[in-house]
Design a protein around this ligand. Structure first.
Ligand SMILES: Cc1cc2nc3c(=O)[nH]c(=O)nc-3n(C[C@H](O)[C@H](O)[C@H](O)COP(=O)(O)O)c2cc1C
Length: 187
C-alpha cells in the first residue's frame, strides 16, 4: 500500500497545525515527507517551543525548500497526497498560478497535476478578492481549501482541543482517524 504523505509547512501563522499532523502521523502507519518554507521556519521559531531539529525529526524524510530536484518534485514519486498546514497566501497564490518558486509549491503543483489529494489549511484574515479568487480557482482544480477554523460545538477545553479538531478534520479527508475525533451524532 502506498502510505506516503507530503506535509508542507509554510509561513502563515498556525505552524503548530503542521507540527501536530507530523506528531499524529509518526504514531500511525504513514510515511511522511516534510518540506518547510524559509518563512515557515520563521513562524515556527515564533510560535512553537519545539526546536526545528525536533520538528524535522518527526518526519520520515525532510527536504529543504531550495532543493527543487528532490523526489517529491516528481510525479513519478507516488504519494497519497499533500497537506500544507498552515498555507500562506503566498504559497496558495503560487500553486494557483502554477508559478512555483520553491519545493513546497512545486510538490503541491505535482500533487495537482497527478490528480492526487491536495489540502490547504489556508490562514489569513481578512481576505481580499485576489485571495478568494485563488481559492475558487484552486477548488475548481480539485484542491481542498480547509482553513483551520475552531468549531465551538465540540466545547473545547483547551487550545489543544481546537488544534486537534482542525487537524482531525483534515486527516479524515485521507481516511486517517484520530482516536478522539468523533463524528457528529446530531443535536
Ligand atoms: C509571525 C508571522 C505570521 C504570519 N502570518 C501569516 C498568515 O497568517 N498568513 C499569511 O498568508 N502570511 C503570513 N505571514 C507572512 C508570510 O510568512 C510571508 O508572506 C511569506 O513570504 C510566506 O512565504 P511562504 O509561503 O513561502 O512560506 C506571517 C509572517 C510572520 C513572520
Amino acid at each position: 500500500m502506498n502510505s506516503r504523505i507530503v506535509v508542507g509547512i509554510s509561513g502563515a501563522s498556525g505552524s503548530i497545525y503542521g507540527v501536530r499532523i507530523l506528531e499524529v502521523l509518526k504514531g500511525a502507519d504513514y510515511e511522511t515527507h516534510l518540506v518547510i518554507s524559509r518563512a515557515g521556519k520563521i513562524t515556527l521559531a515564533h510560535e512553537v517551543t519545539e526546536r526545528l531539529e525536533g520538528i524535522i525529526s518527526l518526519a520520515d524524510f525532510y527536504y529543504s525548500e531550495e532543493k527543487i530536484g528532490e523526489r517529491i518534485a516528481s510525479g513519478s514519486f507516488k504519494t497519497l497526497g499533500m497537506i500544507i498546514a498552515p498555507c500562506s497566501m503566498k504559497t496558495m497564490s503560487e500553486i494557483s498560478s502554477g508559478v512555483t518558486s520553491n519545493l513546497l509549491a512545486r510538490a503541491a503543483d505535482v500533487t495537482l497535476k497527478e490528480r492526487r489529494k491536495l489540502v490547504l489549511m489556508v490562514r489569513e484574515s481578512p481576505l481580499h478578492l485576489g485571495h478568494l479568487q485563488n481559492m475558487l480557482k484552486l477548488t475548481e482544480m480539485g484542491t481542498i481549501i480547509a482553513p483551520p477554523l475552531p468549531a465551538f460545538y465540540i466545547k473545547p477545553k483547551s487550545l489543544d482541543d481546537i488544534i486537534n479538531h482542525s487537524i482531525g478534520k483534515v486527516l479524515d479527508l485521507f481516511d486517517i482517524k484520530l482516536p478522539d475525533f468523533k463524528e457528529w451524532q446530531g443535536a
